[in-house]
Design a protein around this ligand. Structure first.
Ligand SMILES: Cc1cc2nc3c(=O)[nH]c(=O)nc-3n(C[C@H](O)[C@H](O)[C@H](O)COP(=O)(O)OP(=O)(O)OC[C@H]3O[C@@H](n4cnc5c(N)ncnc54)[C@H](O)[C@@H]3O)c2cc1C
Length: 361
């Protein structure tokens, strides 16, 4: 058995890195388990909502934002070709995942209280505390944050059984043909295509859709089918820079997100469909909140910190889940898209008010 830590964090994505940084700066000793070496690449639309930008500033990473592209508005392109453009009250940022991961990793490396352990671990509750195992090695910790993503298994007693996903996401990067000055979401019957302008004249292309059927199996075929459905999106793209990579987008929501010193953060806490581009923001915000809650458990004991953390996760996810569901449902109903667009044009305050609540910051 290796040294005991105040906190074990499983996963070094945005949620785990934010949790590790927040906890170490609050005085906790942290073991952070992540098998992949930084910079970690992961399929993602690479747009960070204003709430995530605020969290990066709180982590002291404001300079990192200068390496991305400010995101000041989002455009929805409906099946009819009609456009709906919604400004953000506060700018978000488009930042490549590798750049974000490298910056978070450098910040973690600068924290003397963080021990990074390159292992994929299993977790168990030892009441009090937790044990983490990998082969013959084991570590112990007084509190636990599972930030191991949508398909993770850490703190499995808080989660539900894995079931087959019905919705999938894919992303690739391409050269931009012209200038893309906003995030653009193209809504369609079979897929949504999400274009994010990146620094250096590139565009991140994310395709979100229900389980591909028939011929559209395999990432290449699936990307081609989505771009055939959305010719305006395809017209914005030049040569491919990175190949398409796909991921399942859903998993049953956990039984609970916090209990007796164990917390689920980021996608591990449930995830919201990426059609809203809010996953990284939620990961950073809940990672920081879980670190505060773990510290409160060590100082005051279990109970109130877990309840307060569960409220935070609800605040971050509830409205976004409803809006994401509505948006993906609209994709299949072009007539309803027009009705909603007409209503929002008549009442623009509703669109910007809702966007501000979804974007946070
Ligand atoms: C196609 C697509 C497009 C998207 N577009 C956007 C977008 O535009 N904007 C946005 O904000 N979000 C977007 N998202 C969502 C976003 O990528 C996720 O919400 C975000 O990565 C969640 O971060 P996380 O830290 O919770 O999990 P992850 O980033 O998944 O990190 C989990 C980490 O845990 C590690 N891990 C897993 N198991 C173990 C274990 N047993 N032991 C140790 N480590 C382990 C993994 O190696 C991984 O590094 C998109 C997602 C997809 C698939």
């Amino acid at each position: 058995m290796k040294a005991a830590f105040d906190l074990a964090v499983v996963g070094g994505g945005p949620a785990g890195a934010a949790a590790g940084l927040g906890a170490a700066r609050a005085g906790l000793t942290v073991a952070l388990f992540e098998p992949q070496a930084a910079p970690i690449e992961k399929p993602c639309g690479e747009g960070i909502l204003p709430a995530g930008v605020a969290a990066l500033r709180e982590l002291g990473l404001g300079d990192l934002l200068l390496r991305g592209q400010p995101l000041e508005r989002i455009g929805y392109v409906l099946a009819s070709g009609r456009e709906l453009e919604i400004p953000f009250a506060v700018a978000g940022c488009a930042l490549e995942r590798g750049t974000l991961s490298a910056a978070l990793d450098a910040a973690l490396a600068a924290e003397a209280r963080v021990t990074r352990i390159p292992r994929r671990v299993r977790t168990e509750s030892t009441r009090p505390g937790f044990r983490l195992r990998c082969g013959d090695e084991s570590w112990s910790a007084r509190t636990l944050i599972a930030a191991d993503g949508l398909q993770g298994e850490a703190a499995h007693w808080l989660r539900r059984e894995r079931t087959a996903a019905r919705r999938y996401g894919l992303r690739a990067r391409a050269e931009a043909r012209g200038t893309l000055a906003r995030v653009e979401v193209h809504l369609g019957r079979h897929s949504e295509v999400y274009l994010t302008p990146l620094a250096g004249g590139r565009i991140n292309v994310a395709v979100l859709r229900d389980e591909p059927r028939g011929d559209a199996r395999g990432s290449e075929a699936w990307l081609a089918a989505a771009l055939a459905e959305h010719p305006r999106a395809a017209a914005a793209l030049g040569a491919w820079v990175t190949p398409p990579e796909a991921r399942a987008l859903e998993r049953a929501r956990p039984r609970r997100v916090a209990h007796e010193g164990a917390f689920l953060a980021g996608d591990a806490a449930g995830g919201v469909d990426p059609v809203l581009g809010c996953g990284v923001a939620i990961a950073l915000v809940t990672g920081l909140a879980a670190a505060r809650a773990a510290r409160a458990v060590l100082t005051h004991g279990s109970g109130a910190p877990e309840r307060s953390y569960a409220r935070c996760v609800r605040r971050e996810t509830r409205l976004r889940r409803i809006v994401a569901r509505a948006l993906t449902a609209l994709g299949a109903h072009p007539r309803l898209q027009e009705v909603v667009a007409a209503a929002l044009t008549l009442w623009p305050g509703a669109a910007t008010g809702l966007a501000a609540r979804v974007a946070g910051g």
